[in-house]
Structures are given as structure tokens and as C-alpha cells.
Design a protein around this ligand. Structure first.
Ligand SMILES: *Cc1c(COP(=O)(O)O)cnc(C)c1O
Length: 496
């Protein structure tokens, strides 16, 4: 099988193997690693339709991680997609109101980040072994809520790794905080920062770039790595469920072999929809890639005008995991539509970090015809949750509701009748209050866990384990520090 190598989106000469790209996360020049070609699926759709999730995962991931042996990759897949998920199907599909909801929230933290973060630790330690890295890998993460918990759950008790998560002490929801501070695992460490998310993020970046600390850590047998969504080890596992969803529709006779479908993705950092774009380019019959934004509609404006402009007010919405003004993974698409031109991409990214905006050329814009972008307001998002619940009893979360709203706008505008998969990125139990308020304002007076029970009743589903656990779980992390103390905290945890 021909090897796939990875190069930086900002420097075509920075070429590494898959395992090295996973270990490094980001290229030294600040660029993202991209495959030098997008491999084609080498199994037919009808063959894929007879496979389970793990088998499809192997067929997709082997094409990208070409320096992993079959045994290594299968071991990673088997360690990831196991009883941590509450269904053997891993990513089930629910048909509701004229669309197929691909539920990506059946993992440990009931949001789609689990799909990649349950396998990334195994890809990382395998990559470390392959590259003769003897150090223990220390994952350092700043989180505004969801990523931190998903990374903690993924790395907890994984041998050869430790994970340290910093979160803004007063900047996450009570349920999110409870999820993190009750995290078990001797190799986990959760610390609240007296500051906001930016303080935590900036502090983590400073630690990553601290050469002196790097040297001291190496002497003590440690090295940092990142579980950030720009890691290729997070992108590749996300391609799998698009292939799997198509295969399932085919297996169930909902589509015929080769029939084109649309995919709708509620988008923040552009990682999830980029995975769908890669799936399409591998030969999966996807027609439109529908990019759904909330009020932070920087991507909608980009697709409409060809100008990316982050100079705008940051809006706090009920879909907080999409409250993002710099969609990091978009850089991989920009690089590609620039003709895999690292120099052109680097120029645009320099403009983005300088003036906060850039314009793509007409040539580049012409290559975006696979995409359709739109957005949902807060009121529209709430109306969609209620409308779908009223029509069929199915309850979706706020992020998924942004996608469903945009899909309705798309259908109205175009009349397109393709079968459509909507990426359902979080369980409604993760955003219970917003979801229940959308259904009926009477719920506003109830406390968080009463709401959870009410949701279980009206949706006729069991309360997920992830929520059940934190009702009674003891707090095991109660550290709080100033941002100036982060380095000392890290050294303390590592016993240095
Ligand atoms: C992270 C997240 C998103 C956004 O995904 P991107 O890959 O960043 O575009 C959407 N919904 C939920 C629930 C998320 O956690």
C-alpha cells in the first residue's frame, strides 16, 4: 500500500510520517499537518455495509495511518470503541422529520468529541513507541468545558500518559465543572484558574513554548503533547462515522449503492465537517456539505463572501461548543483550495493573525461549491427543538438543533430532496436546561438534576451514565491557582 505522508499547511518541506504528525500535533511553523494525498476507499460500499463500526474504522484509518501495522491499528480501535460506549453500534442513526440523525454522543462524555478522544490516547502511545520515544507523554489542555472532560475520559489510566486540564474556575457550567472535578484516574489532574478561558489558553501556550521547562521535563522523563482538535489523530477517526453512516443507510435499504446524500454539520472549529469533506474526497457519495453556524456566523459569512473576518463581537449562545471566531481546521481547506499551496496559505494565515481577516481569490472561491453555509439564531434553534419534539417526541440538543434549522433553510431554498444525514453532536442531557426551556418555559424553575429526570421522562430515554455518575460522585480535584502559578502547578504534579 502506498504510504501517505503529512506536510505542513505552511511549509511544503516539513514532511513527516503519520505517527510523527500525531506526536507533534502542530508543525513547528505553526501549520497543520495534511496528508499529501487523500486516499480512495479500497472497499466497495456494499462491502462496507456489511461491516460493524470497528471494521469500518479499520478500513478507513489504515488508508491514512500507513506507518501503523494492522495489529497496532486494530489494537487502538479495539481499545477505543468498547464498553465506554453505551451501544455496540457506537454511532446509531435515528430517522426523524425527514432526516437521519447520526448520534455521535454515545461515548463517555456524551458529546461527539468522544469519537476521536477515545482513540487518540492509543494512537499517541503507539506513535511514541514507534518513534522510540521513552518519555511519558503529558497532555496539557485548556478547556472551556467539553474538550477537557472528553480528553480526561480518554486518557484516564492510559499507561505512559498523564493529563493536566486547566479550566476557568467561574467560566464553565456547573455540570461541566462537576464532570471534570470528579474525574477518576491517578494520571489525571484538573485545576481551576482564577481567570477566563483566554487566560487558561494563553497560559497553556506559554508552557508549550517554554524551552527551559521542556529541557527540565526531558531530564525527568516527560514530554508535552496536545489533544487539540488540530491533531491529525483526531481528524482521521472522525472520517469513519461518515463512511459508517452511509454504509448503514445502504444496509437498511434507505438508499441505493452510489446514491448521493447530503451531510449537515453543526460547526465550530471546522474539524467535524472537514472530516466529511475528506470522506467525500475518498469517494463516499456525498453531494452537499452543509455547514451550520450559530450567531457566531463567521463561516456563513466566509462561504457567502470569500472573506474570513474574525473582527466582530463574540456572542455567547446556547450552543457554546460552537462559540468560536477562529475555526482552526479551516486552514486545511484553505490550503487545499489554494492548490495545496503552502506559501499562499501561510500568507492568508499571517493576515488572519495580523489584521484578523483575509480574502480568498475567485479561483479558490470557485472550489467551494461542495459547501453550503447558513446559520441559526437563538430563537430559531429553540423553535426547532420544540417543533421536532412536538412532531415526533425526539429530543435533540442545541448544537444539533442549529444543524436541523440550517437544513430546513437549505431545503426551502433549493428544494433538494437528497437523503440527508445530520451530525448529532451532543446528547440533550448535556445541555438540559436550554433544551427543556425550548420545549416549555415552565421548566425554568427546576434545578439541574430535576430537569434531567424530566427530560428522561418526556424523551422516554434513560438518563445516560455520564450524568447519573456525577449526581453522587465525590469531588477529587479541588485545586485552584492564578495563571502565574500554572508552571509551578505542572511541575508539582509531575514531581519535579
Ligand atoms: C466541538 C463541538 C462542535 C463543533 O465541532 P467542530 O469540529 O469544532 O466544528 C459541535 N457540537 C458539539 C456538541 C461540540 O462539542
Amino acid at each position: 500500500m502506498a504510504e501517505v505522508l503529512y506536510s505542513s499547511t505552511r511549509n511544503k518541506d516539513a514532511v513527516v510520517k503519520a505517527s510523527e504528525a500525531i506526536l507533534k500535533g502542530l508543525s513547528d511553523d505553526g501549520g497543520l499537518f495534511v496528508p499529501n494525498r487523500i486516499p480512495a476507499l479500497d472497499k466497495s460500499l456494499s462491502e462496507l455495509s456489511k461491516m460493524n463500526y470497528k471494521e469500518v474504522a479499520y478500513e478507513v484509518m489504515k488508508l491514512y495511518l500507513t506507518d501503523f501495522t494492522e495489529e497496532e491499528l486494530k489494537h487502538c480501535i479495539n481499545s477505543a470503541y468498547d464498553e465506554k460506549f453505551d451501544t455496540e453500534v457506537i454511532a446509531p442513526m435515528v430517522e426523524a422529520e425527514g432526516a437521519y440523525y447520526l448520534e455521535l454522543f454515545h461515548g463517555a462524555t456524551i458529546a461527539f468529541k468522544d469519537m476521536a478522544l477515545s482513540i487518540l490516547p492509543h494512537l499517541l502511545i503507539t506513535s511514541a513507541r514507534k518513534n522510540q520515544v521513552k518519555n511519558e507523554i503529558v497532555i496539557l489542555t485548556a478547556t472551556s468545558g467539553d474538550t477537557g472532560k472528553a480528553a480526561l475520559a480518554g486518557f484516564a489510566d492510559v499507561k505512559g500518559t498523564r493529563i493536566i486540564v486547566f479550566y476557568p474556575k467561574n467560566g464553565v457550567s456547573p455540570i461541566q465543572e462537576k464532570q471534570m472535578v470528579t474525574q477518576k484516574g491517578d494520571n489525571t489532574y484538573v485545576v481551576g484558574i482564577t481567570g477566563n478561558f483566554d487566560d487558561a489558553q494563553t497560559g497553556v501556550k506559554l508552557l508549550f513554548n517554554d524551552k527551559e521547562l521542556e529541557k527540565e521535563m526531558a531530564e525527568a522523563g516527560f514530554q508535552f503533547s496536545s489533544a487539540n482538535s488540530i491533531n491529525i489523530g483526531r481528524l482521521v477517526p472522525q472520517i469513519v462515522y461518515y463512511v459508517y453512516s452511509y454504509a448503514q443507510l445502504l444496509a437498511e435499504g434507505k438508499i441505493s449503492e452510489g446514491e448521493k446524500i447530503n451531510v449537515v454539520v453543526p460547526t465550530g472549529n471546522f474539524g467535524n465537517i472537514l472530516a466529511a469533506f475528506y470522506a467525500k474526497n475518498m469517494g463516499l457519495p456525498i453531494d452537499k456539505l452543509i455547514c451550520a453556524s450559530n450567531d457566531n456566523k463567521v463561516l456563513y459569512d466566509f462561504f457567502a463572501t470569500g472573506t474570513y473576518d474574525r473582527n466582530r463581537e463574540f456572542v455567547l449562545t446556547t450552543s457554546p461548543s460552537m462559540d468560536i471566531l477562529i475555526s482552526s481546521n479551516l486552514e486545511r481547506l484553505i490550503y487545499r483550495i489554494a492548490g495545496n499551496n503552502a506559501e499562499k496559505n501561510a500568507e492568508l494565515m499571517a493576515a488572519l493573525s495580523g489584521t484578523g481577516k483575509y480574502d480568498i481569490t475567485d479561483d479558490m472561491k470557485a472550489q467551494l461549491s461542495d459547501f453550503y453555509g447558513n446559520y441559526a439564531t437563538e430563537a430559531e434553534t429553540a423553535e426547532t427543538i420544540k417543533a421536532i419534539y412536538d412532531a415526533c417526541g425526539y429530543v435533540i440538543d442545541t448544537h444539533t438543533a442549529v444543524a436541523a434549522t440550517v437544513y430546513n433553510k437549505y431545503k426551502k431554498e433549493t428544494g433538494d430532496a437528497n437523503k440527508t444525514v445530520i451530525a448529532s453532536t451532543a446528547s440533550p442531557f448535556k445541555f438540559t436546561r436550554s433544551v427543556m426551556n425550548a420545549i416549555d418555559t415552565k421548566y425554568d424553575a427546576m434545578d439541574d438534576f430535576t430537569l434531567v429526570d424530566e427530560l428522561a421522562k418526556i424523551a422516554n430515554v434513560e438518563v445516560p451514565n455520564a450524568i447519573e455518575e456525577i449526581r453522587t460522585a465525590p469531588v477529587v480535584h479541588d485545586h485552584v491557582c492564578d495563571k502565574e502559578e500554572m508552571k509551578a502547578v505542572v511541575k508539582g504534579f509531575l514531581g519535579m
